[in-house]
Design a protein around this ligand. Structure first.
Ligand SMILES: [Zn+2]
Length: 164
């Protein structure tokens, strides 16, 4: 018997029946057209539904960090993280995920040089850099491209070239 059914289904003569229990559970009112009562109510002055969420453009929150040298806030991913490891070393953290106390610096010589040479980084971490750690950080700074000297008086935000 079962074999015969399977054969029939294979031929396409018997379609698998939908589960009747599910169909019976479907709400009956859902597909009904609005009754006159409901339409009458709709003509009353509409009360604005309380807006729980403001419609906002889809924008991910971008974590910001402050460079310890220039104190400018920037998106975290644009900054270089330095971490004081639990054993007291201060190292670059290219992954940004190393555990330990972190500090952020722009990838700019003008931020790194004072941070290293004027002890800002050491001050930030409350440690004295070991010669090895300092050498490693110095090497990183040397790898940064040289910058054109920035004008001393510079507006905080460069005005955008925008025709208005
Ligand atoms: Zn900076």
């Amino acid at each position: 018997m079962a074999e015969r059914m399977a054969e029939m289904m294979k031929d396409g003569r018997v379609a698998p029946a939908p589960a009747p229990a599910l169909a019976a559970d479907a709400p009956h009112t859902a597909s009904l057209p609005a009754s006159p009562d409901v339409q009458a109510q709709a003509t009353r002055p509409a009360v604005k539904a309380p807006q729980k969420r403001k419609p906002q453009p889809r924008q991910r929150h971008i974590p910001q960090r402050t460079c310890i040298a220039c104190k400018q806030e920037r998106p975290k991913r644009e900054l270089i993280r330095v971490v004081r490891t639990p054993d007291g070393h201060v190292v670059l953290d290219p992954t940004g995920k190393q555990s330990g106390r972190g500090a952020y610096l722009c990838a700019k010589r003008s931020c790194w040089e004072p941070a290293l040479r004027k002890g800002r980084l050491e001050h930030e971490f409350g440690v004295t850099l070991t010669p090895e750690d300092r050498a490693a950080l110095d090497a990183y700074v040397d790898s940064l491209p040289a910058e054109a000297p920035t004008p001393a008086a510079r507006p905080k935000r460069a005005p955008k070239a925008k025709a208005e």
